[in-house]
Design a protein around this ligand. Structure first.
Ligand SMILES: [Zn+2]
Length: 232
């Protein structure tokens, strides 16, 4: 925890210095203070992870989804906002660490859910890549050496999930992922995604690994709708 406070204040110092030259800075989440991320908002992204009501594999998440939280995810996705990326990375670090401890620190490799082909074309890389680099940096501060690998590909084009109900989402995503040809990975996998909504994305990713007889240890997500958090 102390490390996060420390690293956040480092970001705040560096970025507010730069930003104040260009824009009057305010919290990227609540817009109410003159820090790039205020103490209250930051606390949400470093709160203890919890298990999610998703039965296929042990799945963890940190931040209950809200409009403020979704604005941070959008800033990371659409604008490549560094503070937003770092917040998601903090939550993902906690979520992965929780699974790792539960699995008695056995070796694993992190595998992100890939962005859609269109999104990769537009932004040059998958949205989770810079975030995973941040996760690694945070893990290194804690003495862990976590590796991530881009292993999944999209087998078909998916419609935008926004505006689809849960049945449509699950049909839209059916059979969408495959494990890249030639990938030989002995270590079990911890899947990474920014947000879990219906669980359809994770379910289909797990199916792709099962087809190749690869083990999925768990799934770590940064945000989830509040009703999905298990009270434990
Ligand atoms: Zn705030």
């Amino acid at each position: 925890m102390t490390m996060f406070r420390h690293s956040t204040s480092w970001i705040n110092d560096a970025l507010s210095g730069l930003q104040s030259l260009v824009f009057p800075s305010s919290c990227i989440m609540c817009a109410q203070t003159d820090q790039v991320i205020c103490e209250r908002c930051n606390a949400q992204w470093i709160s203890p992870p919890r298990f999610i009501n998703f039965v296929d594999v042990p799945t963890t998440s940190v931040v209950p989804y809200s409009s403020e939280v979704s604005s941070v995810v959008l800033k990371a996705k659409e604008d490549g906002n560094r503070v937003a990326r770092r917040l998601i990375a903090q939550a993902l670090y906690e979520a992965v660490d929780f699974i790792s401890i539960r699995k008695k620190n056995q070796p694993f490799v992190l595998v992100p859910i890939p962005s859609s082909r269109e999104a990769i074309r537009q932004r040059g890389e998958s949205f989770l890549h810079p975030i995973l680099k941040n996760v690694n940096e945070i893990a290194a501060v804690h003495g862990s050496n976590w590796e991530w690998k881009e292993v999944l590909i999209h087998k078909k084009r998916v419609r935008d999930q926004a505006g689809l109900n849960s049945r449509e989402r699950s049909q839209n995503l059916q059979g969408v992922f495959a494990v890249r040809e030639g990938v030989a990975e002995e270590r079990p996998i911890i899947l990474i995604d920014d947000v879990i909504t219906t669980g359809s994305t994770l379910k289909n990713a797990i199916l792709a690994f099962n087809e190749r007889k690869m083990t999925v240890l768990g799934a770590a997500t940064a945000c989830a709708s509040a009703h999905q958090f298990l009270i434990r």
